[in-house]
Design a protein around this ligand. Structure first.
Ligand code: NI
Length: 397
C-alpha cells in the first residue's frame, strides 16, 4: 500500500489541470439524458491518458477501463448531468447555457474521477486488478444508473466492488466522510389525480369540487408516516406540487398533485404505496369524487457495505491524512441512484467536503449560488484513487 502515500501530492500537482477541467464542465452543463458534449469531452480526456474507452452506454454514459494484472475489478462511479437552474454565482466560469447549471457539483464529480484516472493510469501496469471508471448520465432523473446496469456496465469485466461519492457543503476541504450501513433513503415519486365535476363557484352544491378533496387527501396523507410507520423507523411523504383550477369563480374538474416517499426499510416501499392508495381513493370517494394514485420512478435505499467502508476509509486516511477522514453513521433522506450499483455489488460511498475552510455558511446543493472550493478537487481525486487501490488489495481477503 506504499503507493497510497504519494497520491495527494501527485493530485495537488495537477491542481491547475483539475481546475481547468472542472471549469470546462461547469461552463457547459447539460441536462439529464442530454449529456452528449459532456460524454465526448470525458471520452477525449480519458483517451489522452491512454485509458480504454467505451461510449454510448445508456446513450450518454462513458466507461473507462484501466486493466492491470489479473485480479478483481473495482468501479468508480461519477454522475454527469446538470440541473434546470439559472446560475447566480457571477463566477468568471459561470454556466454559458441559459437556465442550466451544475448546481449539484456533478462537474466536480466528473473532474475528480478523471483525476483519479490520471493518477491510476500512471500506475496501470502495477495495479493488482482492473479499475472501471463509470461516468453515469441522468442521476437527477434517477434513470441513468439502472439503465447503465441493464446495458451491462457491471460486466466485461465483472465489477466486484463499487465506489460512489458526492460533494457536500456540510464539510470543509479537505474532509472526506464515510458511513456504515444505510446512508441515503429509498425513494418513490407519485402522482395523484383527483376528479370532480366542474361548475360555478357560487353554486358548489351543483358541483363536485376537487380542491377540498385534494386538501383532505394532503392532510390525511400525513398519517401515513405518523400513524402507520413504526416511530423509530425514518420515513417521509411529501406533496411537492399541486395544480388545479383556473379562476376564482370557477370550480374545476381536476386537481393533480405530485409527491415523493422516502424510506430505508425495503418493505416500506410497498406498504407506503398501499396506505397512500387507500387514503387517496377512500377520501375522494367519501366526498363524492374519485382519485387515482400513479407511482412513478424511484431508487432503492443506498446501503454501504461495512467492511468495504472500513477498507476504503483506511486507504483514504493513508493517502490524505487520518485527520481529514471522518466517519458519521448518519442517514440522509435524499435519494441517490448510486443505490442501484450498491444493490448489485458491495459498495461504499463518501461525502467530499467542498466548503472553503473557515467559511461560516455555504450555499447548499441545488442552490443557484452553489459553488465549490476547487482545492477539494485533488482531495477527491486522491481519495477515489486511494479507495480503488485499497479495495483492489482488500478484495481478495
Ligand atoms: Ni447530485
Amino acid at each position: 500500500m506504499a503507493q497510497l502515500d504519494g497520491l495527494l501530492p501527485a493530485a495537488q500537482s495537477m491542481q491547475e489541470w483539475l481546475t481547468e477541467t472542472r471549469r470546462h464542465f461547469h461552463r457547459h452543463p447539460e441536462l439529464s439524458c442530454q449529456e452528449h458534449a459532456t460524454a465526448e469531452a470525458i471520452a477525449g480526456r480519458l483517451r489522452d491518458m491512454g485509458v480504454a474507452v467505451t461510449e454510448g452506454i445508456a446513450e450518454t454514459g462513458v466507461v473507462g477501463l484501466l486493466a492491470g494484472r489479473d485480479g478483481p475489478c473495482v468501479a468508480i462511479r461519477a454522475d454527469t448531468d446538470a440541473l434546470p437552474i439559472t446560475e447566480a454565482t457571477e463566477a468568471p466560469y459561470s454556466s454559458q447555457v441559459p437556465g442550466v447549471m451544475h448546481a449539484c457539483g456533478h462537474d466536480a464529480h466528473i473532474t475528480c474521477a478523471l483525476g483519479a484516472a490520471r493518477l491510476l493510469a500512471d500506475r496501470a501496469a502495477e495495479l493488482p486488478g482492473a479499475v472501471k471508471l463509470i461516468f453515469q448520465p441522468s442521476e437527477e432523473m434517477v434513470s441513468g444508473a439502472a439503465r447503465m446496469i441493464d446495458e451491462g456496465v457491471l460486466e466485461n469485466p465483472a465489477v466486484d466492488r463499487c465506489i460512489g461519492f458526492h460533494v457536500s457543503a456540510l464539510y470543509p476541504v479537505p474532509v472526506v466522510s464515510f458511513s456504515h450501513g444505510p446512508k441515503m433513503a429509498g425513494t418513490n415519486s407519485f402522482t395523484i389525480e383527483v376528479r370532480g365535476e366542474s361548475g360555478h363557484a357560487g353554486y358548489p352544491h351543483l358541483t363536485v369540487d376537487p380542491i377540498p378533496i385534494a386538501a383532505q387527501i394532503v392532510l390525511a396523507l400525513q398519517t401515513v408516516v405518523s400513524r402507520r410507520v413504526q416511530p423509530t423507523e425514518p420515513a417521509v411523504i411529501s406533496i411537492g406540487q399541486i395544480q388545479g383550477g383556473t379562476k376564482c369563480n370557477i370550480i374545476g374538474d381536476r386537481v393533480v398533485m405530485e409527491g415523493t416517499m422516502r424510506f430505508f426499510e425495503p418493505d416500506l416501499r410497498e406498504a407506503m404505496v398501499a396506505w397512500t392508495k387507500r387514503i387517496v381513493e377512500g377520501v375522494a370517494e367519501s366526498m363524492g369524487g374519485s382519485a387515482q394514485l400513479r407511482v412513478g420512478t424511484g431508487t432503492p435505499p443506498l446501503i454501504c457495505d461495512d467492511d468495504l467502508t472500513d477498507v476504503a476509509r483506511a486507504a483514504c486516511a493513508r493517502a490524505i491524512g487520518e485527520e481529514a477522514v471522518a466517519l458519521h453513521d448518519e442517514r440522509f433522506m435524499g435519494g441517490e441512484d448510486f443505490a442501484y450499483f450498491a444493490e448489485r455489488v458491495p459498495s461504499t460511498h463518501f461525502w467530499l467536503g467542498i466548503r472553503k475552510p473557515g467559511a461560516a455558511d455555504w450555499p447548499s446543493l441545488h442552490s443557484d449560488r452553489f459553488d465549490i472550493d476547487e482545492t477539494a478537487l485533488p482531495v477527491g481525486a486522491a481519495s477515489l484513487a486511494a479507495c480503488a487501490l485499497g479495495l483492489l488489495e482488500g478484495a481478495g481477503e
